[in-house]
Design a protein around this ligand. Structure first.
Ligand code: 3HC
Length: 725
């Protein structure tokens, strides 16, 4: 006889075959998450199991369709007021998972959907794991992305299952493994179709009962044996990991070093000492401003997934898209439309070469995946078949949205609008990927301006998560919500911004880059400026970024911003000399840095194992007419450039360019790599104190002039003691 005991989030079923099934289904949550209040419930379930002499094994599974367990409830952690409170929660998890591991009967986790953070820690405490082969199934410890570490035994159990090196990689990056990768790594024992997940888990319990194990331990290479099973080897691994963390984080993120410390303690001093330090460091990290900011990012992005740009307006379903222009941007937009959104794309370019480029963009990325065995060849062929192209408008009639990625020329773009109106249907949306032209100008001659919108991607399109959606006064609400939904299906995070020069991201980035140029003009060496801003937390410095984007493109955008907003956007006059010198940056191997042959290591470098780092092209100083001489500290350089960015971000909010501080923070982090540990420019201004910021701006204004004058919003906020959040 099957009996059932329900304890809110946990249901115990005890079928006749004697393998009890604990189903987790947290009420009122769309995904399973672990909460402190479940402690008593789960203990009661285990007591029930122990009392039931009929039960000789257990399967833990989820009652949700879309998740195993997505981890500890981040909101619960966020609400904690003290380290003690957090530590109690972590220790509760540690004790519960120890209890599972120490059960006399075999316990198997049957995993379908994400098993992340505390969810994977729970699964790792079981004696075996079976995973569904579904795309939704992912396993990982992403706590580092929240500025935390796995706090309920994860730092101790993962290395035992997947080895020291792999576990460090997973915990330090937050990387998630798909089902197949999890089996390969030794994190899961078997992968099966979802339809037989539970059945397989029950069989595993029986196998464990008979044989004590379900899969053979992974074989290690001789090198891995040395690196993982000897203390000398392990020290090398820990030293390398520490060096890598320090060079990547520049000391801005406290969690990764704590993760290494916890693993090392477990390995050298034993499991219990490892758990002690794990719960201690977890609780300390939870109270840091870095973790608070990163948790803020999690809440913001989760919230944004539900918004579609205009409240209450349903988006139309996009079934087919068109892309105009097969260049780098057009190729990238086609790629994400086909591979992420699953929407077929018709590309139009005036030349066969453009078409070839667009196909090559998708082919190269997909082919790499096939070569690395992340994708089957048949899947690649299926996705490539969704891309078709031509030099005319054949196949455009039934497209729901057209994204234009042609040359930045107003006349040309206006002609494109007319062509689309003539060759598509009356509902087809015309989305322009311009980075600088006002959308209202592009829509000026449109017969159906309600269908015209801006959809600004960032390069490289397949990697950068942000898009700016730019509505004009005439754009219809349905066009906005359909475009937002389309971008989200492409895997992007869209923010809706106002139609002004530079929109949001490029406008504030422009002012920041201008200031970096001003610092160069005072003779500060190029590499010092880049190093200062990388230390501040940006992925690359402004001079490197300018070389990447193209100095010519940067100057063009600077001109547009100057025309729109006046003097504070004036670029130092000498920058013109770079354009006259045909210095365009990386694309023509002539910029602030050395590229091409000259950047390659010489034979002498190779013979002496000398690494050739990035080198400044010294001739740039001669062109600019300056003598390089370091006179500022890293902090001074970073503050001077960033303070301009902050002031302009506040001005954009005041002008309604972004709808709220949250969108502004997400825009800068996802669009430019603005340091995530600060939570974005608006959160950073709050943590600095608006009055402090205003005082700093006034002091810069006194030294460098009115481009630093604090904007009205900041001045008023400082007076009223207000914050953005
Ligand atoms: C002690 C431990 O070591 C500490 C921890 O476990 S810390 C937590 C570690 N876990 C994580 O970081 C995972 C966070 N979650 C995610 O990355 C993503 O939500 C996901 C990959 C699981 C799913 O993504 P996706 O399918 O796009 O769904 P998404 O919209 O993000 O989430 C669905 C719902 O689950 C909620 N959710 C998911 N994980 C959550 C978590 N760990 N805490 C609280 N809520 C969570 C979301 O808030 C959202 O709620 P809503 O429907 O009420 O808005």
């Amino acid at each position: 006889m099957t009996t059932e005991t329900k304890q809110s989030a946990f249901t115990l079923t005890t079928p006749e075959h004697g393998v009890g099934i604990i189903t987790i289904d947290v009420p009122n949550e769309s995904m399973n998450v672990l909460k402190a209040e479940f402690g008593d419930q789960i203990n009661a379930v285990f007591e029930e199991v122990e009392k039931n002499t009929h039960v000789h094994g257990l399967v833990i599974t989820s009652g949700k369709d879309n998740s195993f367990v997505a981890g500890a409830d981040v909101s619960m952690l966020d609400a904690c007021q003290s380290e003690e409170e957090v530590r109690t929660i972590a220790q509760m998890g540690q004790q519960l998972f120890d209890k599972i591991e120490n059960m006399k009967m075999p316990v198997v986790a049957a995993i379908h959907g994400p098993a992340l953070g505390g969810g994977l820690e729970l699964a790792m405490a079981c004696h075996a794991r079976v995973v569904s082969d579904d795309n939704k199934t992912v396993l990982g410890l992403p706590e580092v992305q929240l500025g935390l570490l796995p706090g309920s035994g994860g730092t101790q159990r993962l290395p035992k299952l997947v080895g020291l090196q792999k576990s460090l990689d997973m915990m330090l990056t937050g990387k998630q493994l798909r089902a197949k990768q999890a089996v390969k790594a030794g994190l899961a024992d078997e992968m099966v179709p979802r339809s037989i997940l539970l059945e397989t888990a029950i069989e595993m319990v029986e196998t464990l009962k008979k044989k004590g194990k379900v899969s053979k331990p992974k074989k290690k290479s001789a090198m891995d044996k040395f690196l993982e099973d000897t203390s000398v080897g392990r020290n090398i691994v820990f030293d390398q990991a520490t060096k890598k963390v320090l060079s990547q984080t520049k000391g801005n993120y406290p969690a990764p070093l704590r993760i290494i410390e916890c693993i090392k303690t477990g390995v050298t001093k034993g499991y219990q000492k490892g758990l002690d330090i794990e719960s201690k460091r977890f609780s300390e990290l939870c109270m840091t401003p870095e973790s608070k900011a990163l948790r803020g990012l999690f809440f913001a992005t989760t919230e944004m997934k539900k918004e579609n740009g205009v409240e209450g307006v349903e988006p139309r379903k996009v079934k087919k898209a068109g892309v105009l222009g097969g260049g780098l941007m057009g190729g990238g937009i086609s790629f994400v439309t086909v591979t992420k959104a699953g929407v077929p794309v018709r590309i139009k370019d005036i030349a066969q070469e453009g078409i070839r480029n667009a196909f090559k963009y998708s082919y190269d990325i997909l082919n790499k995946k096939v070569k690395r065995r992340f994708m089957r060849k048949s899947e690649m062929q299926k996705q490539m078949a969704m891309l078709t192209a031509g030099t005319d408008f054949v196949g455009f009639k039934d497209a729901d949205i057209i994204v234009e990625a042609v040359f930045e020329d107003l006349g040309l773009k206006q002609r494109m609008v007319a062509d689309i109106e003539a060759n598509c249907n009356e509902n087809t949306i015309f989305a322009s990927n311009t980075s600088s032209l006002p959308i209202r100008k592009i829509a000026e001659k449109a017969a159906r301006p309600e269908n015209v919108i801006g959809l600004h991607y960032f390069s490289p399109v397949d990697k950068m998560p942000l898009v700016e959606v730019i509505a004009t006064e005439k754009t219809s609400d349905e066009t906005i919500s359909t475009t937002v939904e389309f971008a989200r299906r492409q895997g992007k995070t869209p923010i809706v911004v106002k139609d002004e020069a530079g929109f949001f991201v490029n406008r504030i980035l422009g002012l920041y880059m201008n200031e970096a140029a001003n610092v160069v003009m005072e003779g500060e060496p190029v590499e010092n400026i880049d190093k200062a801003l990388v230390k501040f937390g940006f992925p690359v410095g402004p001079m490197t970024l300018l070389d990447e984007v193209g100095i010519d493109v940067g100057s063009k955008v600077a001109g547009i911003l100057y025309d729109a907003f006046g003097e504070r956007f004036a670029l130092p006059a000498a920058m013109d000399k770079l354009t006259k010198d045909e210095r365009k940056g990386k694309k023509n191997e002539k910029g602030f840095y050395v590229y091409g042959k000259a950047a390659q290591p010489t034979l002498a470098d190779k013979l002496t194992f000398k690494k050739k780092g990035k080198q400044v092209d010294e001739s740039v100083y001669r062109v600019l007419g300056v003598t390089p001489k370091s006179k500022f500290s890293q902090e001074q350089i970073a503050e001077r450039c960033v303070i301009q960015l902050l002031n302009e971000a506040a001005r954009c909010l005041d002008d309604g360019i972004v709808r709220n501080p949250r969108d502004g923070d997400i825009g800068m982090i996802f669009g430019t790599g603005y340091p995530p540990f600060q939570g974005g420019p608006f959160r950073y201004m709050d943590s600095m104190g608006i009055d402090t910021l205003v005082a700093k701006l006034e002091s810069y204004q006194a030294t460098y002039g009115d481009r630093f004058a604090p904007c009205d919003l900041l001045v008023n906020m400082a007076k009223e003691g207000k914050t953005f959040y």
